[in-house]
Design a protein around this ligand. Structure first.
Ligand SMILES: Nc1ncnc2c1ncn2[C@@H]1O[C@H](COP(=O)(O)OP(=O)(O)OP(=O)(O)O)[C@@H](O)[C@H]1O
Ligand SMILES: [Mg+2]
Length: 448
């Protein structure tokens, strides 16, 4: 990574020295300005963070900040305030500064604040880049991933979106079937027409037909007035039939008829109604198997399966995990007003090692939970549910025999040392080793 650029605006040499000591090259590049005109000529939009003294002779930090912000609207600034000028600091924050520090400050505090801002800025940059990349490749917002598997799915979506063809979306639970159905709709020439969704698993089977096809007044007890079905409501638009395998035989027959004749007949009516609806269906079961066991009509199956888009499980596209995790982190941190700048390596390792039976939905839930529970601005592995954390541990234990043996030896030695107040001679006795053997082992295992 290139050096992070810090612009210090302060007239005191002693402050310059402190900053030069903390922020050294090559990691950082420090620009120092002592007054307004220097600040103006030294500043440029590549600066990552500005540190601004509030009291600058002949002007004020706020005035300089306002001036710089005109040319660099994304400027991030921390104000340095002396005791008693806290009011001005608050004023500065209102104007768009990101933080302030009271003099005399300690080095750890300033370093921490700056690091945090740099991290956030970095993440924003990466995000903008990622978004650009996705926007260029496909116009599918909020579908995250760069695996070849997802690439194939998205290029299929691209090629079918603008046709009127029925699409069958298959994939395990939580793999993104509904998301893809909506993407097809949004990228189709029916995007300005209605989109309706019917999920058979949320509705009692006795209501399937009346909801889908509507009814006439008096068709059954309680039918006090005519009611249009979803097919009619979705006329000229798109209808997403989710969990299609749950439909009973009668409903299947009627849907087949809509597909063939492009018309429906409301319950209790004797007239048919022409409908023009684009159908997208989804299922997480093997429809072909259902055909073999006579639970699903074969003719309907062939009618639906003109174009099949299959979503592979997350464990077959693990390269998408970091991107998805980052996406959910940002989304839920923002929604819940939490500042979370990232995930530590162990957290990410657990995500990568786990098999995700609940796929992306399960990953999303794990991140939401971690974001909500996190006491700090970093997500750490202990926030993960036991089964995901356990996957990381099991994977770590898969090392080769000798590595694991060394690991065990190290644990035994550390324990004996702890028990014996770090007196090697006594620890050796407890372990039944010669003192020289123990010290050789410690050297080899790098125990200090
Ligand atoms: N590629 C992706 N990028 C971003 N979010 C995704 C992606 N895939 C899935 N999701 C999110 O994961 C969750 C589950 O997706 P969705 O509801 O589309 O899955 P599904 O296959 O319909 O699941 P189910 O079979 O359980 O109904 C949703 O919140 C969705 O937004
Ligand atoms: Mg679904």
């Amino acid at each position: 990574m290139s050096a992070r650029i810090i612009h210090l605006v302060d007239d005191e040499n002693i402050i310059h020295d402190i900053f030069r000591r903390i922020f050294r090259e090559p990691e950082y590049q420090l620009i120092v300005s002592e007054n307004k005109s220097q600040a103006k000529s030294n500043h440029h939009p590549g600066v990552d963070v500005v540190i601004m003294d509030l009291m600058i002779p002949g002007t004020s930090g706020i005035e300089i900040f306002t001036m710089l912000k005109k040319d660099d609207p994304d400027i991030r600034c921390i104000f340095l305030t002396a005791y008693g000028t806290i009011e001005s600091a608050i004023e500065a924050i209102k104007l768009g500064a990101v933080d302030y520090l009271q003099k005399p400050f300690n080095n750890v505090e300033i370093k921490h604040k700056i690091e945090r801002i740099l991290k956030e800025r970095n993440m924003n940059k990466e995000n903008i880049q990622l978004k650009k990349m996705l926007d260029q490749r496909f116009s599918f917002k909020n579908i995250i991933g760069k695996s070849p598997a997802l690439d194939r799915v998205l290029s299929n979506v691209e090629s079918v979106a603008n046709t009127n063809s029925t699409v069958l979306i298959t994939g395990d639970s939580g793999t993104g079937k509904e998301l893809i159905a909506k993407a097809i709709y949004r990228n189709s020439n029916r995007r300005d027409k209605p989109f309706f969704s019917f999920n058979s698993s949320n509705i009692p089977p006795t209501l399937f037909e009346s909801i889908l096809f509507g009814y006439k007044k008096g068709a059954f007890t309680g039918a006090y007035a005519d009611k249009k079905g979803i097919f009619e409501e979705a006329h000229t638009g798109t209808l997403f039939l989710d969990e299609i395998a749950n439909l009973d035989n009668d409903t299947q027959t009627k849907i087949l008829r809509v597909l063939q004749e492009k018309e429906i007949q409301p319950l209790g009516g004797n007239k048919t109604v022409k409908v023009d609806v684009r159908i997208i269906v989804a299922t997480n079961v093997d429809l072909k198997e259902k055909v073999q066991t006579n639970e699903f009509r074969e003719d309907l199956y062939y009618r639906l399966n003109i174009i099949n888009i299959h979503l592979p499980p997350l464990k077959e596209r693990k390269e998408d995990i970091p991107l998805l995790a980052e996406h959910f982190l940002q989304k839920y941190a923002l929604e819940n007003n939490k500042t979370i700048v990232g995930m530590d390596t162990k957290f990410m390792k657990c995500l990568m090692d786990y098999n995700w039976p609940g796929n992306i939905r399960e990953l999303e839930n794990a991140i939401i939970r971690s974001v909500l529970l996190s006491p700090s601005d970093m997500l750490t592995a202990d926030l993960l549910p036991e089964e995901i954390l356990g996957a990381g541990r099991r994977e770590a234990k898969k090392g080769n025999f000798y590595e694991r043996l060394d690991e065990l030896k190290r644990e035994l030695i550390l324990e004996a040392l702890r028990d014996n107040d770090n007196i090697q001679k006594n620890a050796a006795r407890e372990l039944g080793l010669k003192a020289t053997t123990l010290s050789e082992l410690m050297k080899r295992l790098n125990i200090k």
